[in-house]
Design a protein around this ligand. Structure first.
Ligand SMILES: *[C@@H]1O[C@H](CO)[C@@H](O)[C@H](O)[C@H]1NC(C)=O
Ligand SMILES: *[C@@H]1O[C@H](CO)[C@@H](O)[C@H](O)[C@H]1NC(C)=O
Ligand SMILES: *[C@@H]1O[C@H](CO)[C@@H](O)[C@H](O)[C@H]1NC(C)=O
Ligand SMILES: *[C@@H]1O[C@H](CO)[C@@H](O)[C@H](O)[C@H]1NC(C)=O
Ligand SMILES: *[C@@H]1O[C@H](CO)[C@@H](O)[C@H](O)[C@H]1NC(C)=O
Ligand SMILES: *[C@@H]1O[C@H](CO)[C@@H](O)[C@H](O)[C@H]1NC(C)=O
Length: 732
């Protein structure tokens, strides 16, 4: 583990070295789109005065070009702007009073229904009458408003707190889908994309997973047939489109946060991420989520799809929820029957008819100008269209099927152990994905006869006995910005999820795929995030006054613990475990925290006083009294890292708030593996009223070898509630 992690650190440093090298070499007159982040809104501001402040600042730095350089002003929920600047101008602005950070607006990527039943959250679960007052903001690719999942039959008007709007460019809102906007500050949107209408599918899928109404008989060509439903089917959805076919720009992400907070939403769901973790005030998602937290709104964000490498999680700030992806008890396998009647089975979703076709090895059918060493991977254009016509082609590459499709083949077999065989994907033509052992057998069969043929059968739906396990692509901890806060925080279903889809695209979105469907099956931490967002909205409907941190704590301390035998990366893969929404509405105790606690944490992390004052908008400063170590942030999990093997000890101060019975007493139960000792003082807590707070100190001593991760836990129990926190000690 350690060596892998070091490699990752090394890679990151190498990359930043190369990048800074490139930037240094680039012409300093190069104009880029920068985000100038300025923290809290000024006192007694109005939107007009904030915008003119931005123009004045720019004028001071770039004179008359200011008006054309300014692309956007953030002025509703926090302060900042987007401008086109040279490197010199950027440096001047960065030194100006009131500026917290200036960073390039980069592009980020997008990272039925059985999943809710699997979580023990059936359709007839108890519901709070207030559920229809909960508004979830989905920052994504927009939505397909005509989807049955967004039908508003039986819905009353939006709750009065709603201040948002509906951009009606080729889009109609209703009482379910109450808001829709798109942002295109630095011109990422392509032709036909300047509307909140989703032509990708992703946003429709995530929004319907959070709060789609129940739709019977949803399925993808008969697969995953059942009731498709969001976790909070009575809640309202507001979509903020920030992702286009060319990606999602930081400038747009921040604009969506700025608006969503001002529009009066309750939960923000964001299934998007960057390529590497960033310092908190240069990470637009961390900035947006900070201001949403200040305003009482929890942001739920996907951990990322860059797993299984350690340290790959990019969504890391302590004030939002970071969600990994795990499997449910259903899986899709696709069989191939060879002409010799031997059958193999692989992970893939195949919705077409089963037809027998001749089968060839890609390496044997190179196109003119290519050799077998290229065509064996079925690289673009590497296959001879005449020789693969009407044939199934064996490719040693997961990208192969798309190229077989585009070169006119009739089917594809992926042959190889690429580490992604633990989830099934859609392909534009009949495909299955075999292990390299099975793939080798198929190639031997091809060699063994002059007329080899095969049939790829329609996908089978099977029971996955080992679920839940965290899927390979789900980004892993540790958290490379703050090592001693476990990220991801928890996991939720993100494998082969059926949810609503856009009619503006096809099943795969690949050119030539003509399958336009109302429901589609896809995988990603993008799919797990909306499950957690919905669980948060569900809690909010029962406890409208709970802080974002209390909601997050409830989700984490009631999560179902997962197996480190089935998931060797343990907490780095699943955090506190798999969400259990029903338990989460009654957690017993919560680890609460307010803006000031996070600011104290940032002080302790060495963030500058002046920046923090701008972020918070008050005169709070870092002092010895407010400066807290990472171990004393009131987080619902415990982590302790060390760079060298040996013995290490830390104390963690925590405060829990009673949200269970008025009169209750809790006992601390510790589970510690060999090499870890944990003491809790006091080890019992007695409460006389709801809302009462009690503090305790956890001391963890770990004797740890190199390459190691030790997992223990602390459970506060009153006989009914089990308030569970993982305790992790690890060496890098
Ligand atoms: C496929 O191959 C098997 C075995 O060689 C043969 O019996 C069968 O007729 C073939 N099917 C087609 C459609 O060519
Ligand atoms: C394959 O099985 C089918 C039906 O079970 C049978 O008709 C055929 O002869 C078998 N072919 C071979 C090559 O064993
Ligand atoms: C198939 O035949 C080719 C050419 O004779 C050979 O190079 C290859 O190793 C064979 N593949 C298998 C899996 O037997
Ligand atoms: C509305 O969106 C659909 C789907 O993308 C598109 O086909 C249609 O042309 C659009 N209509 C208008 C008026 O832009
Ligand atoms: C707060 O903690 C940081 C990091 O440990 C340290 O650099 C700074 O001096 C501390 N500030 C105060 C006021 O104690
Ligand atoms: C942690 O708790 C102990 C015991 O209650 C207390 O003495 C200490 O001051 C606390 N430390 C911080 C930083 O709050």
């Amino acid at each position: 583990m350690a060596s892998l992690l070091k490699l990752l650190f090394l890679l990151t440093f190498t990359y930043s070295f190369i990048f800074s090298h490139i930037f240094a070499a680039a012409d300093s007159n190069d104009v880029k789109t920068y985000i100038v982040y300025m923290g809290h809104l000024p006192k007694n501001h109005n939107q007009f005065s904030v915008a003119s402040l931005h123009t004045n600042m720019l004028q001071e730095v770039i004179g008359s070009r200011a008006s054309t350089s300014l692309l956007w002003s953030y002025k509703k929920s926090f302060n900042g702007f987007v401008a086109k600047l040279t490197e010199d101008e950027k440096n001047k602005l960065a030194r100006m009073e009131g500026v917290v950070s200036v960073f390039v607006s980069q592009k980020k990527q997008l990272h039925t229904t059985r999943s809710w039943d699997f979580l023990g959250f059936p359709q007839d679960v108890k519901r709070a009458p207030l559920e229809s007052d909960v508004i979830v903001a989905v920052l994504d690719t927009g939505a397909w408003p005509e989807s049955d999942s967004f039908n508003d039959d039986g819905f009353g008007p939006p709750p009065p707190k709603w201040k948002g709007s509906c951009d009606t460019t080729n889009f109609t809102c209703n009482n379910k889908l109450i808001g829709a906007k798109y942002f295109n500050i630095d011109g990422v949107a392509g032709d036909g994309e300047t509307t909140a209408r989703d032509i990708d599918g992703h946003g429709t899928h995530t929004a319907s997973t959070v709060a789609g109404r129940a739709v019977n008989n949803a399925n993808l060509y008969g697969l995953a047939k059942g009731v498709a439903r969001g976790g909070v089917p009575s809640a309202r959805i507001a979509v903020y489109k920030i992702c286009y076919l060319r990606g999602c720009s930081d400038a747009d992400i921040l604009a969506a946060f700025d608006d969503a907070v001002a529009d009066g939403v309750d939960i923000i769901s964001l299934s998007i991420g960057g390529f590497q973790p960033l310092p908190y005030f240069e990470d637009p998602i961390a900035i947006g989520a900070f201001h949403s937290m200040k305003n009482g709104i929890l942001t739920s964000s996907s951990a990322g799809n860059r797993g299984p490498f350690l340290g790959s999680v990019t969504s890391v700030a302590p004030w939002f929820l970071s969600v990994a992806a795990s499997s449910i008890d259903r899986k899709f396998l696709t069989r191939i029957v060879l002409g010799n009647n031997i059958t193999y089975q692989g992970a893939a979703i195949h919705t077409f008819d089963a037809v027998v076709h001749p089968i060839v090895y890609g390496g044997s059918v190179p196109n003119d100008g290519f050799v077998g060493e290229q065509s064996r991977f079925c690289d673009p254009n590497s296959l001879n269209p005449t020789l693969i016509e009407n044939k199934i082609v064996v490719c040693e590459n997961i990208q192969g099927p798309r190229n077989v499709f585009q070169s006119g083949g009739s089917g594809a077999v992926i042959d190889g152990d690429f580490g992604s065989e633990d989830y099934a994907e859609n392909y534009p033509l009949p495909t299955t994905y075999l292990s390299s052992n099975d793939g080798n057998d198929v190639r031997s069969y091809i060699n063994s006869t002059t007329t080899p043929n095969a049939t790829i059968l329609k996908t089978d739906e099977l029971v996955d006995e080992v679920a839940p396990t965290v899927v390979s692509f789900s980004s892993r901890g540790p958290n490379r910005v703050t090592l001693d806060i476990i990220k991801p925080d928890l996991t939720a279903p993100g494998v082969e999820i059926l949810a609503a889809w856009s009619q503006g695209t096809s099943v795969t979105g690949i050119n030539g795929d003509t399958r336009v469907v109302p429901y589609n099956i896809i995988s990603g931490t993008s799919m797990s995030c909306p499950h957690a967002s919905a669980a948060a909205a569900y809690i909010k409907s029962f406890h409208p006054t709970w802080s974002p941190t209390a909601i997050k704590s409830a989700l984490m301390t009631t999560a179902t613990q997962m197996s480190s035998t089935k998931n060797p990366d343990a907490e780095f893969a699943y955090g506190s475990g798999q969400i259990d929404p029903l338990k989460a509405i009654d957690p017993g105790l919560v680890y609460d925290a307010q803006e000031q606690d996070y600011v104290s944490f940032l002080c302790g992390q060495g963030y500058r006083d002046t920046s923090l004052r701008i972020v918070t908008g008050d005169s709070s400063a870092c002092s010895e009294a407010t400066n807290i170590t990472v171990w004393n942030l009131n987080y619902p999990s415990f982590a302790l890292s060390t760079r060298t093997a040996g013995s290490i000890s830390r104390t963690f101060n925590r405060t829990v708030t009673n949200v269970g019975g008025a009169d209750s007493s809790y006992e601390a139960n510790v589970v510690a593996p060999s090499g870890m000792e944990v003491s809790v003082n006091p080890s019992s807590l007695t409460f006389k009223s709801i809302g009462e707070k009690q503090s305790f100190v956890v001391t963890v001593t770990a004797t740890i070898g190199s390459n190691a991760l030790l997992s223990g836990s602390l459970v506060w129990s009153d006989g009914g509630h089990k308030v569970t926190s993982p305790i992790v000690a690890f060496t890098l």
